[in-house]
Write a protein that binds this ligand. Sequence first.
Ligand SMILES: NC(=[NH2+])NCCC[C@H](N)C(=O)O
Length: 405
Amino acid sequence: MIKVYSEIGKLRSVLLHRPGNELENLAPKYLSDLLFDDIPYLEKAREEHDVFAQLLRDNGVKVNYITHLLSNTLKSNELKEQFLNEFLDLSDINNKYIREALKDYLLNMNISEMIDKLTSGIRTNELKLKKEVFSVKVRKSNMDIPFFLNPMPNLYFQRDPVAMIGKGATINRMRTPARRRESMFMEYVLKYNEDFKNTPLYYDKKLPYAIEGGDILIFNEKVLAVGISQRTDPEALEILAKKIFDEYDDTFETILGFLIPAKRAYMHLDTVFTQLDYDKFVVHPEMQEVIKIFGIQKKDHDEYTINEEKGTLKEILEKHLDVDKITLLKCGNGDEIAAAREQWNDGSNTLAIEPGTVITYDRNYITNKELKNAGIKVIEFPASELSRGRGGPRCMSMPLIRDDI
Ligand SMILES: NC(=[NH2+])NCCC[C@H](N)C(=O)O
């Protein structure tokens, strides 16, 4: 079951990925292609991640690991092979000999080994092909990325590839090839796992427009906010609106498109803006000046109105959340350098586990102090390694069930 009608309702069940060998397959020459700026130290990253997961459990949240859910889903050989075929298609493995060798290799593993291999990546020197392949030979001699299957280092950012909204989910088309295959993992769980099988799907990764979960915020059961950003196209919002308003008739009536600058530091809306409590948000100070907001509002069947929202960010939030006074707390306490530094390390990427209680990285101590001064309960944990992937507690988690607020 999926039930997520807010950003702050008591969190009951969440999706995570524990970082694995995919991080050991990062190397400087192709780091930026794989959307990393630095290489986390795996052992420490795992320790930090385990602390995060334990904090969630200690607060009554069920932690589900995506790789476990997937291996419990791909039980039949038929489904396992179907998954692998699609994975190879998305990885552009079209050469017959390479495909054959990969399939032989992977289908002979048990399902958890296979999933671990797919996430870690498979190097070109790891497999013997039956026949020498010209393209492989050429590429090996001058290869930018020495893999048949690239590693999936961004998998620990479970927020992005599939997003739970209301009673349904979007299977996202990720902006770059580096992350496209990630969406398949939860997609298969939602389609074929007994516990999730009837989940309405509000977006399909085969659609031509990109949308990523870090851009999707759920204000309440009526209003969604979606960043139009480096990672999300406005066309995707139109498709989402149609699905949610008409086809599946979920409770939402308004989708607010937040236009944010298309740059790496801001990549998703949740890197500059997250909700802490009924009436409190943390924002990157620059965002208030740069943002434009367009609303899509449900009208009659198959019809909606579009308007540019007037007023400041605070006023727009007060109107749509139906709260008298919204407080916007500033990342880095508004200091230019502290704000930029702490935002870069995901100071404004908080995960609310109930209204007024959030999980954050301890390194963003200036922002954390500001939140505490405003009466927010802040649960901090160390993340020197996890933060190198440019994502925080919200990016690393995807809520499956929250209590209503
Ligand atoms: N929801 C988020 N802000 N996710 C952050 C993802 C970071 C990841 N390295 C990427 O570039 O895609």
